[in-house]
Design a protein around this ligand. Structure first.
Ligand code: SAH
Length: 431
């Protein structure tokens, strides 16, 4: 989401002030930091980076520095207390105000707007003008779930969906520019509601409608979404996997913990049984579907037995490439007040055990892909070797391949997977 928002701010400043992206901070007239506060480490990084930029400002007093995103939303004016050289502060919902804030910023005073003016930003941000084979499209903002560990409702505000017609117009615009894959973005995309599904309680219906209508758009051949929540993964959404082949054979569905006791303390609103039921229904429709997930270890009250339950579910589901973190207490969340007796060392050791299992699973899945032909979307040149191209499989693995030319970028190709490496696969074009 931050990538999407940062790109939008760049495009907006280009249209209002003629700014262009500079690769060298020393040359810049304006440096913006779009921040994340989902865990404490991300927040600390903000102040380290600002410390480095302070030196640039000493050399160039005309340089303006701005901080946006969730740390800005959370800390507000306190940012300027710790870093008084910051000129402007904006939140995730006020990225469209950056040009105004910039114009009103003056020496020794902070220009700030961290309000939540619903989906106003989408009306102001210019349409993306460049071509990319895969494009993000934000469909909603904020979250109402109030999971006890999570800072998002406090920093991004309450759930609010963009109008369906606006989203479809953006998808059409992107497809005209050559985009073949759309990734719908939101904190909780299966809570998406358009005007027709606003009163309808069927879980996931709004997202299901959006996917069905987007799949009709010419040249849109792949649709992904992230992040969905198990609570709203209802029949309507599951049924889309039956009859919309554009919806990829991969779903990222955060589980967080394999213990019902911990899920309850996290206020996740589902049980292990109901999570597994969703996976079983999906596998019945798409036997080869790949499932990835997010996990938090060391949540307050997590015992060895609870942790073992997480390892057991990982074995049972056989997750593909997933994300896992040590629990980090966040401001204004209820979990922050819970008694936490497990040491940090123990939490780290649990994380290593979980990550080892997850990595082994993912590598096993990669090895199983060797020898198979995969339909891949060519996304650009390979990062390691510019004479090669990079592409992605349906389960989002990077596949690098040679003997090709740039005209394939933005096209689908069939690649035979010939090798599996730790972070990517190698493929050979099938004629
Ligand atoms: N909306 C998604 C979560 C998006 S945040 C959902 O509800 O599932 C991405 C991931 O960061 C989460 O799934 C969770 O695993 C992790 N995370 C969020 N808050 C955290 C915290 N306080 N400490 C550690 N990990 C956290």
């Amino acid at each position: 989401m931050n990538e999407y928002d940062s790109k939008a701010v760049g495009d907006l400043l280009n249209s209002t002030h003629g700014f262009e992206i500079s690769n060298n901070p020393e040359d810049a007239d304006l440096i913006l930091l779009n921040t994340c506060s989902i865990r404490e480490k991300a927040e600390e990084k903000v102040f380290h980076e600002l410390g480095r930029w302070k030196k640039l400002k000493e050399k160039n007093p005309n340089l303006k520095i701005g901080v946006g995103g969730c740390v800005a939303s959370q800390e507000g004016e306190k940012i300027a207390k710790r870093a008084p050289f910051v000129d402007l502060v904006f939140g995730p919902q006020t990225i469209h105000k950056v040009p105004l804030l910039l114009d009103s910023s003056k020496e020794n005073s902070l220009a700030i707007d961290i309000s939540f003016p619903k989906t106003e930003k989408f009306d102001v941000i210019p349409k993306k003008n460049d071509f990319s084979p895969s494009s993000f499209v934000s469909i909603m903002e904020g979250c109402n779930k109030y999971c006890s560990f999570c800072v998002v409702p406090h920093t991004r505000g309450h759930e609010i969906s963009r109008p369906l017609d606006d989203i479809l117009e953006e998808v059409k615009h992107l497809s005209n520019k050559g985009t073949r894959e759309i990734v719908f973005l939101g904190q909780n995309v299966n809570a998406y509601k358009d005007s027709e599904t606003l009163e309808n309680k069927k879980k996931g219906l709004g997202l299901a409608n959006l996917i069905r209508q987007s799949a009709e758009i010419e040249n849109i051949d792949r649709i992904r979404f992230t992040t969905s929540h198990p609570f709203e993964f209802g029949e309507e959404l599951i049924n889309v996997y039956k009859d919309v082949p554009e919806l990829v054979n991969h779903v990222h569905l955060p589980l967080q913990s394999g213990s019902n006791k911990i899920l309850k303390l996290m206020r996740r609103r589902y049980s292990i049984k109901s999570y597994i039921e969703i996976i079983e229904k999906l596998k019945k429709i798409r036997p080869a579907i790949s499932i990835s997930s997010d996990f938090i270890v060391g949540f307050p009250g997590e015992t060895q037995k609870d942790f073992k339950a997480t390892l057991d579910v990982v074995d049972e589901v056989g997750f593909d490439e997933s994300f896992s973190f040590v629990y980090s207490p966040r401001p204004n969340t209820t979990a922050k007040e819970m008694e936490d007796l497990v040491t940090y060392e123990e939490k780290k050791s649990r994380l290593y055990k979980l990550q080892e299992k997850l990595t082994n699973n993912a590598q096993r899945i990669s090895r199983r892909m060797v020898g198979k032909v995969e339909r891949c979307l060519v996304t650009g040149v390979s990062k390691k070797d510019p004479s090669e191209l990079q592409s992605r499989t349906e389960n989002n693995r990077v596949v690098n391949f040679g003997d090709s030319d740039d005209s394939l970028i933005g096209k689908f190709v069939d690649l035979e997977i010939v090798d599996s490496r730790s972070n990517s696969l190698r493929g050979v074009l099938v004629q």
